[in-house]
Write a protein that binds this ligand. Structure first.
Ligand code: NAX
Ligand code: ADP
Ligand code: K
Length: 481
């Protein structure tokens, strides 16, 4: 599990560690790690370290101090170093003298205007944890014209550390070296796409950090939770999933949602709705009926994909919410809940609910997502006493207690029509297996993305093929776990 802390929590932990550490030691440790990564990048990209040239972009704070110290360490390895100071009066004094002592050159941004042409690598020490808003114009102009790859110190300057928002010019790094802990920007789109590979350096903060604000599942977290049939199981004991989705207008949604459920786990899937014939034709093992009243017992319901918003659909959502089992409500079920608040009254109190809106559905339900996706999703989860999974390039999942998972891979293969239907089916299968809703949603997001990557194998794929790759994604997990 990767754990993520907001900047205020990291600062608080830093204060504790700083109080018992020799002055400057933490910064030198951080900067040394930056210099090691920079040297590795020089070797990988140019074949050697000695004789190469690194340019430091140095802002007003400790982030610039890290860059200056890293420059001093690189000088010891025979690297030519030029520091470009953006705020000469505020450049970190000890870092600056260390670089000068080591033979580094120091120039002012206002004098040079451009990143010196001899740069083989640029180190971005413009701003770190204190960053607010996009790069200021002088920094933005330098960064825009830099042609060498950029190694970001702690984070790519110009992105918001806590929300991952990018509201102005920002560095796009080839790699980022971060200290003590991952911060939200490292896993939240769009900032995460500016980081390149992120390398976490231990500076002794972990014991002081406490519970993380956000978590990211690793493959083995998913592997240990995925349900597999055990010797004593039969088709019922593994949890039966009910699908109340699709219809005569959108029979494909019924098939895709059912595919997600059928391929995620053994046991039984029931379908109830007007696409029963189409579902049966694709999946003969599914017990398909035309109406909910004939559906039989299930341990979780999936509703919403392709359901429409007519009165029949509203009744379906009402019945499913009243069934007394966990429900995953996607797409039109979210729209219906937004448009008809009385539907909430149908919900059997205490039964788990997972809502899986994309941004427009989220806006209908709970207002504009805005720049702070984690805050928006957490607030909606509390308001509706539900697990809310907000789809997108980083998927954010929160429960009413404020626990948050983010799924981000940097790949966008799932962005195809109907792939959300497949995700709903996966979540339903995991809920029916008795997995806690927050983990059901988070594991499903992981599995769905992994299936998409396998199916895509470098070329775009439709949702049906994403569903068909679910078994391969599960097999891959079992091999790696
Ligand atoms: N506290 C510590 O002991 C450690 C801190 N470290 C470094 O210190 C950094 C935090 O340092 P600081 O708190 O001094 O602050 P920063 O270095 O992040 O910011 C410095 C100044 O930049 C300006 N600024 C804010 N947004 C800007 C923008 N968008 N464009 C241009 N300038 C902007 C602000 O005036 C701010 O005061 C961390 O990110 C990390 O790199 C590391 O050395 C590890 C140890
Ligand atoms: N740019 C993207 N990168 C990665 N995943 C994405 C991106 N855009 C959408 N997705 C994912 O694709 C799926 C699309 O779901 P949804 O919007 O409900 O589509 P549909 O209604 O057509 O099924 C979700 O799992 C979402 O997180
Ligand atoms: K930076």
């Amino acid at each position: 599990m990767r754990e993520v802390w907001t900047t205020s929590r990291i600062r608080a932990a830093e204060d504790v560690v700083l109080a018992r550490t020799q002055s400057g030691a933490l910064m030198r440790r951080a900067a040394f790690a930056v210099s090691v990564r920079a040297a590795r990048m020089l070797r990988e990209r140019t074949g050697r370290v000695t004789g190469r040239h690194v340019v430091l972009l140095v802002g007003a704070g400790n982030n610039g101090g890290d860059a200056l110290w890293a420059g001093a360490f690189l000088r010891r390895r025979g690297v030519g170093v030029t520091a470009v100071l953006l705020a000469p009066d505020k450049a970190h004094p000890e870092g600056l003298s260390a670089l000068r002592r080591a033979g580094g050159r120091v120039v002012l941004a206002q004098d040079v205007g451009d990143v010196p042409a001899e740069a083989d690598l640029v180190i971005d020490g413009i701003v770190g944890l204190a960053a607010r808003g996009g790069l200021r114009p002088d920094a933005a102009a330098l960064v825009e014209r830099a042609t060498a790859p950029i190694l970001a110190v702690d984070l790519p300057s110009g992105v918001d550390p806590d929300t991952g928002a990018v509201t102005g010019p920002a560095v796009t790094a080839a790699a980022t070296v971060t200290f003590g802990a991952y911060k939200p920007l490292h896993v939240l789109h769009p900032a995460a796409s500016h980081c390149g590979d992120v390398h976490l350096i231990d500076i002794g903060l972990r014991p002081e950090l406490g519970e993380p604000d956000t978590r990211v599942l690793d493959p083995d977290d998913v592997a240990t939770r995925l349900p597999l049939p055990r010797p004593a199981d039969d088709k019922y004991t593994q949890g039966v999933v009910g699908i109340a989705a699709g219809g005569s207008t959108y029979p494909g949604a019924a098939v895709l949602t059912t595919s997600g459920a059928v391929l995620t786990k053994s046991g039984m899937v029931r379908y109830a709705g007007s696409a029963a014939d189409v579902v049966r034709a694709r999946w003969p093992e599914v017990i398909a009926t035309g109406s909910l009243s004939d559906a039989g017992r299930v341990q979780a319901w999936v509703t919403g994909p392709g359901l429409g918003t007519a009165s029949g659909a509203r009744e379906t959502v009402r019945e499913v919410l009243a069934a007394g089992v966990p429900v995953i409500a996607d797409a039109d079920a979210v729209n219906l809940l937004a448009a008809h608040p009385d539907l909430w009254d149908a919900r059997e109190p205490g039964t788990p609910l997972v809502l899986t809106p994309h941004e427009r559905e989220f806006a209908r339900l709970a207002g504009d997502v805005g720049h702070d996706r984690v805050a928006a999703v957490t607030a909606a989860a509390k308001r509706y006493n539900a697990v809310v999974l907000l789809k997108g390039h980083s998927t954010v999942i929160a429960d009413p207690k404020g626990h948050v998972f983010v799924h981000y891979t940097g790949r966008a293969w799932p962005a195809t029509a109907g792939s959300g239907d497949v995700l709903s089916g996966i979540i339903g299968a995991l809920l029916a297996a008795g997995i806690a809703p927050l983990y059901a949603a988070a594991c499903a997001a992981w599995l769905h993305d992994s299936a998409a990557t396998i199916a895509a194998s470098g070329a775009p794929v439709p949702a049906s093929l994403i569903a068909e790759a679910i078994p391969a994604a599960i097999r891959g997990l079992r091999v790696s776990a």
